[in-house]
Design a protein around this ligand. Structure first.
Ligand SMILES: Nc1ncnc2c1ncn2[C@@H]1O[C@H](COP(=O)(O)OP(=O)(O)OP(=O)(O)O)[C@@H](O)[C@H]1O
Length: 220
């Protein structure tokens, strides 16, 4: 059995709001393996983002344990091994598409020419090579989100965490985004976890996790 990328054991997350303790996630246990394609489904406010943030090391659990057996530790999670896609593309307005894609690589100390090459390859992988020099304001919503996907793919991470990546897109554009993402990962060991409300998207994955009021049900 390959080594887990993320192991989540009895993990809980609570918040105190207005003096009241709220449980966002309760005793969650799950693992992500290389090559997994996982849909994390559940209604709004059920705890999907909370779990993704914890799995990506963006937040710490209140209880339980998360480990990244083949990615490092919380303090030393190497950013290039993880790719994030959020609901909004969050591209920098003054940078072109290719500059947005290469920025995390440059910040991760990848040398300029190599970063540019990887960014162009990532755009190519999602059929966006032609818009490399465009600014975000010149892109459609679907194109901008695909640039955000290219940014997540560019470092060839071992794990991609996508939080409602198609939430702002109409149905055909959402399906197209998923097509290019899944195609670009075809045959690769990169694992993908997608939080979504959209069952048509969930059906394209090979595992479905259900989140219900902070309780995670993993169907094995
Ligand atoms: N920083 C925070 N402070 C207080 N409460 C929070 C915080 N983040 C999340 N919560 C609460 O935790 C619960 C789970 O939120 P979460 O964002 O994980 O749900 P979600 O399933 O991702 O929702 P959506 O689909 O709408 O994005 C909600 O009740 C939310 O209000």
């Amino acid at each position: 059995m390959p080594e887990q990328l993320v192991q989540v054991e009895n993990v809980g997350k609570t918040y105190t709001r207005g003096g009241v303790l709220e449980t966002a996630l309760s005793e969650a246990t799950c693992s992500v393996f290389p090559g997994d394609r996982i849909a994390l489904v559940g209604s709004s406010g059920s705890g999907k983002s909370t779990l993704l943030h914890l799995m990506g090391g963006l937040d710490r659990p209140t209880s339980g344990r998360i480990s990244w057996p083949s990615l490092g530790t919380f303090e030393r999670l190497r950013p290039q091994q993880l790719g994030f896609v959020f609901q909004m593309p969050s591209l920098l307005a003054q940078l072109t598409a290719v500059e947005n894609v290469e920025l995390p690589l440059l910040l991760g100390q990848v040398e300029g020419a190599e970063a540019r090459k990887a960014a162009l390859e990532a755009l190519e992988r999602i059929n966006l090579r032609g818009i490399a020099e465009k600014l975000p304001e010149e892109l459609s919503g679907g194109q901008a989100q695909r640039v955000a996907v290219a940014r997540a793919l560019a470092s060839r991470p071992k794990l991609i965490l996508a939080d409602e990546p198609t939430g702002q897109l109409d149905h055909p554009t959402a399906q197209h985004l998923l097509d290019v993402l899944l195609n670009s990962l075809k045959g690769s060991e990169t694992a993908l976890v997608v939080a979504t409300h959209d069952l048509a998207i969930a059906e394209r994955m090979n595992k479905i996790w259900h989140m219900n009021h902070g309780v995670l049900e993993v169907v094995v």
